[in-house]
Design a binder for this molecule. Structure first.
Ligand code: HEM
Length: 397
């Protein structure tokens, strides 16, 4: 095994990262590389192998706290960097428990009819337009409409929330410039002021929504401070937005590249197994990171304490020792234990909701537009290592 030097800024990664991942994986399961985060010092290690990813994501030798300290140093305002996404137990356990009930498969099942209504509403807005952008006009508004509806955020504010969410998401990717981080800080500040206001209203006028439930948990003495509550809501919006946009966008694009599967889904619908294959085939979150709390042996390397391990979920999901013909799109693939939602204690809290949103979005689109046609030959992929998604894809109906 040879240790190579991985460069997360390598040009070829943007259009199609999988051949590059394969090249590194064939040389070894773990490689050192350039750090993706400006201001972060110390070593960064990239994990390409499925089994090593699974072990590492579960390992208590890794933590999340401290990963973004270089960014936090510029502001005293709490933010998504203080959320459950980036803290360790016991606070992680306490805070995650408070929201997990709202996102169980059963809770999502109950929400399905509402998701369908919301998907139709988003499609209604496209009426009469001969061409539109699948990403900007459909995939982007749908998840933010869903989470805003669940939380109980007024419908007229959703456009603004989309903009804040986009800026905040860019701020947690690993290959961004200082200007992106500045915009994320501004968005965070504005979003927190907005949420504080809404929470004040909900305290006097409770409703049947997630914001009210979180306030009631706080008031029942669940040791949730107002700052923690606002941070949690910010995270729910951010974590579930662009990730789901990209599931819908990458999923539709993958189907479009495979005409027989496009036709099949258009007539028979996307199944639960099918949505998992879309999540695996071109994962919307390509990487998640951890900090080594003690020296960790992984593959042929020992990750020193204080170093960052970046688990390349997209690479793991194309590991041929786990997935037969990993570069093929197989909507009937079973078993399909992909890592699109990460692993260990930080495994995506919203995975059941995300899967449901992906299915409802794609099925509603095909139902409403059976002659949907994508117009691009080579669409532009957005920059960044952690999130993979398209800028825009024009469609005709
Ligand atoms: C296709 C859509 C989605 C994908 C691919 C995705 C993926 C991920 C990944 C990879 C992680 C980090 C896991 C780790 O580091 O091990 C994560 C965390 C998280 N996700 Fe998702 N996610 C999606 C949608 C959602 C939705 C809809 C929500 C909720 C509204 C959500 C809420 C969260 C939360 C709260 C965390 C932090 C969990 C923790 O740290 O304990 N996600 N997600």
């Amino acid at each position: 095994m040879t240790l190579l030097e991985f460069d997360p800024f390598e040009d070829t990664l943007r259009d199609n990262p999988y051949p590059t991942y394969r090249r590194y994986r064939e040389a070894g399961s773990v490689h050192p590389g350039r750090t993706g985060q400006p201001g972060r010092l110390g070593e960064t290690w990239y994990v390409f192998d499925y089994r090593v990813c699974v072990e590492g994501l579960k390992s208590p030798q890794f933590g999340r706290a401290g990963l973004y300290d270089h960014q936090r140093a510029n502001t005293t305002e709490p933010s998504v960097l203080d959320s459950i996404l980036l803290i360790d137990p016991p606070d992680h356990t306490r805070l995650r428990r408070l929201v997990s009930l709202a996102f169980t498969p059963r809770a999502v099942e109950r929400a399905l009819p509402r998701l369908e209504v919301l998907a139709h509403e988003v499609v209604d807005e496209l009426a009469g337009r001969p061409t539109w952008d699948v990403i900007g006009d459909f995939a982007f508004p749908f998840p933010v409409t869903v989470i805003s509806d669940l939380l109980g955020v007024p419908i007229e504010d959703r456009r603004q929330i989309r903009q804040w969410s986009r800026a905040l998401t860019a701020g947690i990717d690993v290959t961004q410039d200082p200007e992106t981080y500045r915009q994320a800080r501004d968005a965070n500040q504005a979003f927190r002021i907005y949420l504080r206001d809404i929470l004040r209203q909900r305290r006097t006028q409770p409703q049947d929504d997630l914001l009210t439930a979180l306030i009631q948990a706080q008031e029942a003495g669940d040791r949730l401070s107002e700052d923690e509550l606002i941070t949690m809501v910010t995270l729910l919006v951010v974590a579930g937005h662009e990730t789901t946009v990209n599931l819908i966008g990458n999923g539709l694009w993958a189907l479009w590249q495979h005409p027989a599967q496009w036709d099949h889904v258009r007539s028979a619908g996307l199944t639960e197994i099918g949505v998992d294959e879309l999540l695996r085939y071109d994962s919307s979150v390509q990487a998640t990171s951890r900090l080594a709390l003690s020296p960790v042996e992984m593959g042929d390397a020992v990750i020193p304490v204080g170093s960052v391990a970046i688990f390349l979920l997209g690479a793991a999901n194309h590991d041929p020792t786990v997935f037969v013909d990993p570069d093929d799109l197989n909507l009937a693939r079973m078993p399909n234990r992909h890592l699109a939602f990460g692993g260990g204690i930080h495994t995506c809290l919203g995975s059941a909701l995300a899967r449901a949103e992906g299915r409802v979005a794609i099925n509603t689109l095909f139902r409403r537009y059976p002659h949907l046609h994508l117009q691009e030959d080579a669409p532009t992929w957005r920059p960044g290592l952690a999130f993979r998604g398209l800028e825009s894809v024009q469609a005709t109906t």
